[in-house]
Design a protein around this ligand. Structure first.
Ligand SMILES: [Cu+2]
Length: 155
């Protein structure tokens, strides 16, 4: 049940990936699931899947053997909403819109560079940013707030 939800969030339209995509991460997933709230659990799964099984979350590239550390950094435009912010870790959970070639719509954590860019963010803000992706690593740059939520502003 949990695996199904995760699978849907992480790769809603990868029908062929079910068997290979779930088994490895699901092992770690079950170890974490008792201590994390569900959104974070899914995000952790996603993070783990992206880092360790880069083909699982990343729909744009395929064979691990073709990755080239020198020239593989790619940038994708991101639009999304701030779900939570962790200034100590320098990350924010973003509910991203679909990123063609990189990510399906989902909530997942992104490291923000520079970390000071987190200071301008509030919960539920709409943002745009560039996702910079290297093999085994990804982060956000050029984070811009495009809309403040009334809820967050009112507090
Ligand atoms: Cu993802």
């Amino acid at each position: 049940m949990i695996s199904d939800t995760t699978q849907k969030l992480c790769h809603p339209d990868r029908s062929g990936a079910k068997a290979s995509g779930v088994e490895g991460p699901a092992f770690f997933h079950s170890a974490w699931s008792s201590s994390l709230p569900s959104a974070q659990r899914l995000a952790s799964f996603c993070l783990f899947a992206l880092l360790a099984f880069s083909a699982a979350c990343n729909r744009g590239t395929s064979q691990p053997g073709t990755l080239n550390p020198q020239s593989a950094a790619k940038r994708y435009p991101l639009k999304g909403k701030v779900i939570s912010i962790d200034k100590q870790a320098g990350t924010a959970n973003i509910n991203n819109e679909p990123i063609p070639g990189f990510m399906d719509p989902m909530v997942m954590p992104y490291t923000v560079k520079p970390p000071a860019a987190l200071d301008q963010l509030q919960l539920a803000d709409s943002i745009t940013a560039d996702v910079v992706v290297e093999p085994g690593n990804y982060w956000l740059e050029n984070v811009k707030v495009t809309g403040h939520s009334k809820t967050a502003a009112a507090k």
